[in-house]
Each structure stands twice: as structure tokens, then as C-alpha cells.
Design a protein around this ligand. Structure first.
Ligand code: FES
Length: 320
């Protein structure tokens, strides 16, 4: 970390980078989710750079590829545990975070919740559920990413790829936030127009949704009769989540129960919470578990400490 080169009021992450035989310096914001970066020498959008240690100039090897653009993904160990990855392609916003080994989960969750996608920033939400992909959502995604990269728009618009939002017959469709404008059955040629309009706060009227046989345009997703007349529950928030971005899950409260459990470290409270939650056995078919709580009020510390040994063949498991 480079405290003498702060970005976002925090010490930045300092790297040496190599591009087309030239070596220069790069500083990334140390604030998770921040897109801010400073370069000693400009690198064109879409170019892939090699990262190296700024002190010993050893090349930092990348072992996996970016899920968005397939450039090498640089893995970084985090102080306090866990790992972060950043894409080596200039302009690709991909960040991955692995909290395995994190010693202070709650602090990580708090900082992730506070960072990430800035509220109000134009966002193109693309359904890439099964029907979406069958209808061309992956092609729409490729075109959108290319358009954003080629036009240097990565700081101005976000992409969020989601699971099925229920309106499969209108795939491939996108929703633009914050206006909630839904554009159904879009083609590749529509993508640039939609992004440009979103950046200007405008709407592409001729691409908006119409009910069959009607002239009325529906500007807002929630006004469309299909959505207006239903309340989505189990999958109701999946349009807010890109399943490849764990920070989206954090912002929806993901792992907050785990953080509370770790913070309180109180077995009686944990058991009490589980009992109060009324968790029950799988209902229709499992005999004695039917309709009855499957948890007993036994704090974890009273469970005998046994370790499991994998059975060498089918049959009775062995304990040691
Ligand atoms: S897969 Fe797109 S709405 Fe169902």
C-alpha cells in the first residue's frame, strides 16, 4: 500500500505495469469497489498489461482468467485474510473477492456494503437466465461490454447480469436504472442507443414495452401489467444481484447472520434465534420431521466433540 499516494482518501495499491515494452507505475484505489485508478503513463482502453512488484519488479503471475473479458486476473492477498482479484485489461471493471480466511468478517461486510456500485449511477440490468441466454442475452452482453470499452464509458455506466426476472417471453430484455425503463426483445443494434440514452437520462421510446394490440408505451417496468399485478417473493431480489459479484449479495444483507453469529459468539443466543425462526423439517415426506422443528435447544458447546472419518467403503461410517 502506498500511503504517500492516497486515492479516495485511503492509501492506494501501487504496482509497476508493463505494456508494449514500456514500464510505468499504476495506483489503484484501496477502497473495495472504487473504480478510481491513476496511471503514470496512459494505457489505451482494452489493452492488457502485465503487473509487477514496484519494489523488486518481479512479475505478478495470474493463474485464472477474468470471467468477463478473459484477460489474466491478478490475485492479491488481503491483510487480515482473504484475497482479491483484479482484471489486467484496462477498462474492465471486474473485481472478485474471496473472503476465505478473513479474520474480521464484519469489517469486510461493512466496508463492502458502504462501497461498490454508487447509488444513482446508470446501470444496464440484463436478464441472462435460461430463457434470456437462449434468446441471445450473451450476445447482447458481449456487444454492451464492447461498446462500453470502446467508448471509454466504464466509469459512467454499470452492467449487472442477473438470473430470470420472470418475463421470459420478452427476452432478451434490459432494464435501465435508475429510470426502471424496460426494453424488451432488443437486438444487437439497439444496445448502443440504449446505453447512450441511459447516460443522458433519456428513454428510447420506440424500444419501450407495449402490450399486444395497444399503443400505450410503458416507461417504467413496475407499470407493465405483468409486473404490476404480481408480488415476486422468493426470487424477488434477483434482479438486484449479479451472481458473479459477491459484493451485490453483501449489499442485500448476505452473510449478515454469519457476521452477527461471529460477533456475538454466544451459543445460547444462536440456538434461541434458530428456535425462534421456526425452522422445520422437510414437510410432506419425511415422517417424524413433518411439521416439527428439527432443532433442539442444545447449545453447540454441549455437542460431543467427535471427528468424522470418511468410510472406506459403503456401510457404517466410522468415528474417531
Ligand atoms: S430468463 Fe429472462 S426473464 Fe426468465
Amino acid at each position: 500500500m502506498d500511503a504517500e499516494h492516497p486515492i479516495d482518501d485511503h492509501p492506494s495499491c501501487h504496482f509497476t505495469i508493463r505494456h508494449e515494452g514500456e514500464e510505468s507505475h499504476l495506483w489503484l484505489s484501496g477502497l473495495w469497489g472504487s473504480p478510481h485508478v491513476e496511471l503514470e503513463r496512459e494505457v489505451p482502453d482494452g489493452a492488457i498489461v502485465e503487473f509487477a512488484c514496484p519494489h523488486c519488479r518481479e512479475t505478478l503471475e495470474a493463474s485464472i482468467l477474468c470471467p468477463s473479458c478473459e484477460a489474466p486476473l491478478l490475485a492479491l492477498r488481503l491483510t487480515g485474510g482473504g484475497a482479491a482479484s483484479i482484471c489486467s485489461r484496462r477498462g474492465c471493471p471486474e473485481h472478485l473477492l474471496d473472503l476465505e480466511g478473513t479474520t474480521d468478517l464484519k469489517n469486510h461486510l461493512d466496508s463492502l456494503t458502504a462501497s461498490g456500485r454508487p447509488p444513482g449511477k446508470p446501470t444496464l440490468v440484463l436478464c441472462a437466465g435460461t430463457a434470456g441466454q437462449a434468446s441471445g442475452a450473451n450476445d447482447v452482453l458481449r456487444v454492451a461490454k464492447r461498446y462500453i470499452l470502446e467508448n471509454g464509458l466504464h466509469d459512467r455506466i454499470e452492467l449487472r447480469i442477473t438470473g430470470c426476472q420472470g418475463f421470459c417471453e420478452m427476452d432478451p430484455f434490459v432494464v435501465i436504472e435508475p429510470g426502471r425503463n424496460l426494453y424488451p426483445k432488443i437486438g444487437m443494434d439497439d444496445v448502443g442507443r440504449i446505453i447512450d440514452a441511459a447516460l443522458e437520462g433519456n428513454v428510447v421510446e420506440d424500444l419501450l414495452y407495449r402490450e399486444p394490440g395497444e399503443e400505450k408505451l410503458y416507461e417504467n417496468k413496475e407499470e407493465i401489467p405483468f409486473f404490476r399485478d404480481q408480488v415476486r417473493t422468493i426470487l424477488g431480489r434477483n434482479e438486484d444481484l449479479d451472481p458473479l459479484r459477491i459484493s451485490d449479495y453483501f449489499r442485500q444483507g448476505g452473510y449478515s447472520s454469519l457476521a452477527a453469529v461471529i460477533e456475538r459468539n454466544d451459543p445460547e443466543w444462536i440456538v434461541d434465534e434458530v428456535v425462534k425462526a421456526g425452522l422445520r423439517g422437510w414437510p410432506a415426506t419425511t415422517g417424524t420431521a413433518r411439521g416439527r422443528p428439527t432443532w433442539s435447544a442444545t447449545p453447540m458447546r454441549e455437542i460431543p466433540a467427535l471427528s468424522w472419518t470418511a468410510p472406506s467403503s459403503r456401510g457404517t461410517p466410522t468415528w474417531s
